[in-house]
Design a protein around this ligand. Structure first.
Ligand SMILES: *Cc1c(COP(=O)(O)O)cnc(C)c1O
Length: 372
C-alpha cells in the first residue's frame, strides 16, 4: 500500500528563494479619510484632462486586441521630441518596471548595484529580485547624493549605478557638474541609470538634465515617467532613452505586452500641444506651492532640505512615527520612513494650511529658533 503524506499545513510547502521570502510583505498605505488628503505617493492632485479621459475612453473599443508590443507610436513621438531614433526609446509599465528591466539585464547573482540611501524605496527590492546585491552609500548631510563616495564604491563587481535626481524622498538634486564628474570617474562599461521621475518640477538651473546628455555616454540611460507631472500614475507608463544595445537587453527582460493601448493613448493625448501646455502649467502651480510650503516650514524651524520634486522631506528622526500619527489624526496621510523622516507630497492647496498648522505645533525643540 502506498503511504500518503499529508501536505504541509503552512504556507512553506514550496521552496522559495530565501532572499525573496525574507522581503517584507507589501502593505498598502492607509487610505486618506473622507475629508482628508493623500499626501503619501507623490501623486498629481489635479484630475485628468478631459482630452486625456476621452482618449482613454476611445481606447476601450480595442481592448479585445493585444497592444502593440513596443508602443511604437509613443516611441516615435518621444523620439521626435528628444532628437533620437525610435530604437533609442523604450516604453515600460511605469519607470519602476523599466528600473527592474535594466537591473535584471545587467546584474545577477554575485553582481552589485550601487545607489544612494535613503533614496527610492523600490530600489532595494528590485536589486534583490534580480538576485544581485545592493551597495548603498549614505546621503550627504544636506540629504543629497554623495557621488564621490558612490564612484569610490564601484568595484569590478558593480554592474549598475542608480542616480535619482531630484532624490525621492529627500528632494535634493544632483547638479550637472556633480553628474559629469561622476560619469568621468566610473568605468565606461558600468550601466548608469539616471532616474528623473520628478525632473519636470525642478526649478534649480544647476540641476542635471538627462536630455542634455543624450548621445554623450555609451553607458547612460535616462528614465522618465508619465506618473507624476503628467498625472497618469494609475495607467503605468514611463520611458527610457539610451543606447540601443542596452535598451534591447532591457526589452528582453520585460514581461511581454505590459504597456496597454490605453496607457499609450493617454500618454499620446498628454503630449498634444494644448494638453501638455496645461499639464505643465499645473506643474508650475505645484512647484510654486512646494516652494511656499518649504519656505514656511523652514521659517517654523523645520530643517527641510532643498525640495525640487513634488514633495518635501521632514527629517523627524526618532519622532517620525509620532509626527506621522499627528498628521494622520488631522486627515493627512504621509509617508513615514522611520527612523529617518517623513515625505509629504505637495497636494491640494487646502492641505497646505492644515499641514503648516499641525507642523507648527510640532517643531522639534532642538530646531526652534534656528531659522535658516
Ligand atoms: C514615482 C517614481 C518612479 C516612477 O514610478 P512609475 O509610476 O513606475 O513610473 C520612479 N522613480 C522614482 C524615484 C519615483 O519616485
Amino acid at each position: 500500500m502506498e503511504s500518503v503524506t499529508a501536505p504541509e499545513p503552512t504556507g512553506a510547502s514550496v521552496r522559495l528563494r530565501p532572499e525573496i521570502a525574507a522581503l517584507p510583505p507589501y502593505r498598502q498605505g492607509r487610505p486618506a479619510p473622507a475629508d482628508g488628503y493623500k499626501l503619501s505617493s507623490n501623486e498629481n492632485p489635479f484630475p485628468p484632462l478631459p482630452g486625456v479621459v476621452a482618449a482613454v475612453a476611445a481606447s476601450a473599443n480595442e481592448i479585445n486586441r493585444y497592444p502593440d508590443a513596443t508602443a511604437l507610436t509613443l516611441r516615435e513621438k518621444l523620439a521626435d521630441r528628444y532628437g533620437v531614433s525610435a530604437d533609442e526609446v523604450l516604453v515600460g509599465v511605469g519607470s519602476v518596471s523599466l528600473l527592474a528591466q535594466f537591473i535584471a539585464a545587467a546584474a545577477g547573482p554575485g553582481d552589485e548595484v550601487v545607489y544612494s540611501w535613503r533614496s527610492f524605496e523600490a530600489y532595494p527590492g528590485l536589486v534583490t529580485v534580480a538576485g544581485a546585491t545592493s551597495v548603498v552609500v549614505g546621503n550627504r548631510d544636506d540629504h543629497g547624493h554623495d557621488l564621490e563616495a558612490m564612484a569610490a564604491a564601484v568595484t569590478d563587481r558593480t554592474r549598475v549605478a542608480i542616480v535619482c535626481s531630484p532624490n525621492n524622498p529627500t528632494g535634493v538634486i544632483v547638479t550637472a557638474a556633480e553628474f559629469e564628474a561622476f560619469m568621468a570617474r566610473v568605468p565606461r562599461d558600468l550601466l548608469v541609470l539616471l532616474d528623473e521621475a520628478y525632473i519636470e518640477f525642478v526649478r534649480d538651473e544647476a540641476s542635471v538634465d538627462g536630455r542634455t546628455l543624450i548621445g554623450r555616454h555609451p553607458n547612460l540611460v535616462m528614465l522618465r515617467t508619465f506618473s507624476k507631472a503628467y498625472g497618469l500614475a494609475g495607467l503605468r507608463v514611463g520611458y527610457a532613452i539610451g543606447p540601443v544595445p542596452i535598451l534591447d537587453a532591457a526589452h528582453s527582460t520585460a514581461i511581454p505586452l505590459g504597456v496597454t493601448g490605453t496607457a499609450t493613448a493617454a500618454a499620446l493625448a498628454s503630449l498634444e500641444p494644448a494638453a501638455e501646455a496645461e499639464l505643465l502649467e499645473r506643474v508650475g502651480v505645484i512647484a510654486a506651492r512646494r516652494d511656499r510650503l518649504r519656505d514656511a516650514l523652514v521659517a517654523q524651524g523645520w530643517p527641510v532640505p532643498q525640495a525640487q520634486g513634488n514633495f518635501v522631506w521632514l527629517p523627524t528622526g526618532d519622532a517620525t512615527a509620532d509626527v506621522a500619527e499627528r498628521l494622520f489624526e488631522a486627515g493627512l496621510v504621509t509617508r513615514a520612513f522611520p527612523p529617518d523622516g517623513i515625505r509629504v507630497s505637495v497636494g491640494e492647496e487646502e492641505s497646505v494650511d492644515t499641514l503648516l498648522r499641525i507642523l507648527g505645533e510640532l517643531v522639534p525643540a532642538s530646531q526652534e529658533g534656528h531659522h535658516a
